[in-house]
Design a protein around this ligand. Structure first.
Ligand code: DP6
Length: 360
């Protein structure tokens, strides 16, 4: 079994004074949710997600060797302009990964990042952002150690991304990624995300995710605080066990494409995530009235038309509408006719399942 210490590199064979890399990494949407963690970004339960395709972060990492090692040294640009309020998160990330990337203090970095989705959309960019940055650091490490295998490159990229933000480790690869040790999923580990290793039915291959932007405001509860609330949570142990059970149940569903079963598991996971927040102390209600309007409209539409469309939620009020490509036209028609009115400024984003990070 692989251990975190396996990602501490041996002395590098190459040296490099300056250069730059650009990677894009997509967002992802969890089907079985990660909610609760132990020390060092180890998840309390395994999760599985669809990697997205259109919502992504594009990050250029420029590096120049410093005269003296000293401290971490970096500038952070968001859409080309300095962004001071992102810096503490990056500083913390660098501190966490330094032992695995011992060259970090030898360079001055300029990190220039942008998202393909509107930055005020309330869509978390931490998964795509941390994944894109981790990919760039791995490109630099590979330049210092060209013998590195592709397998190690991607595993370690996901491992590093996890230390930035847990869900980021699921944004390195596609299309279906498992993170967290699960007895029945070969190769699954708490340390990084792995491509789902078993059969996936064609119906999932071009699955659609339309993200309805219900509330673009600042998050009421940061995910770090939310995860912490699972420590003394009265239902935590049962919830963690349930995540294992739901992941188990998804194995035959991924294979046979049984969308009724898929929908039951995915919607139950979304509501359970919010139930955990509503039953923690302090408690949080992150759904808005329009979130519930949308959920009820989806349930009614599905009941009446038998079209296999379902919802899932992140730690916020926005709704992800999931459906197979075969019913795309009908679902988009329904969204435009009945759901857009519940979105802030009528805004929604069309995305679909994708393949993971890309070098530009
Ligand atoms: C509700 O990955 O944002 O989206 O590890 O503290 O950065 P940190 O948390 P984060 O948590 C995401 C939680 C979730 C569910 C999920 O994506 O699995």
């Amino acid at each position: 079994m692989i251990a975190a210490t396996d990602f501490i590199p041996k002395p590098y064979t190459n040296s490099l004074n300056q250069g730059s890399f650009t990677w894009s990494a997509p967002s992802n949407i969890a089907l079985v949710k990660y909610w609760g963690k132990k020390n060092n970004q180890i998840p309390a339960n395994p999760s599985v997600s669809f990697t997205l395709n259109n919502c992504k972060t594009i990050t250029t990492l420029a590096f120049a060797k410093k005269q003296k090692d000293g401290n971490f040294s970096f500038d952070l640009l968001f859409e080309g302009k300095p962004k001071e309020d992102f810096k503490p998160k990056i500083q913390k990330f660098l501190e966490r990964i330094e032992v695995y990337l011992p060259f970090l203090k030898e360079y001055h970095f300029t990190i220039d990042t942008q998202n393909t989705f509107p930055h005020s959309s309330g869509i978390a960019s931490s998964a795509s952002g941390m994944a894109a940055l981790a990919m760039n650091f791995m490109s630099l490490e590979k330049a210092l150690h060209p013998e590195m295998t592709e397998e190690y490159f991607f595993k370690k990229a996901s491992f590093l991304a996890r230390l930035g933000s847990g869900s980021a480790c699921r944004s390195v690869k596609g299309q279906v990624v498992v993170w967290g040790n699960q007895a029945n999923i070969k190769g699954s580990t708490d340390l990084y995300g792995v491509e789902y290793p078993y059969a996936i039915h064609d119906t999932f291959r071009n699955f659609q995710d339309t993200i309805l932007l219900v509330d673009k405001g600042e998050k009421q509860v940061s995910s770090t605080v939310g995860h912490d609330l699972m420590h003394d949570h009265p239902f935590a142990e049962r919830r963690f066990a349930q995540a294992h059970e739901n992941l188990d149940k998804l194995i035959p569903v991924f294979e046979n494409g049984n969308l009724d079963e898929f929908i039951t598991i995915v919607e139950s996971e979304a509501l359970t995530l919010h139930a955990m927040m509503m039953t923690s102390l302090p408690y949080f209600i992150l759904m808005k009235p329009n979130t519930l309007q949308i959920i009820n409209a989806i349930l009614k539409f599905r009941n009446e038309t038998k079209i296999p469309v379902c919802f899932t939620l992140d730690a916020g009020a926005n709704v992800h509408v999931l459906y197979p490509n075969a019913v795309k036209e009908k679902v988009l028609q329904f969204i435009k006719a009945e759901l857009v009115g519940y979105c802030q400024n009528g805004q929604y984003l069309c995305d679909e399942i994708g393949n993971g990070a890309l070098l530009n």
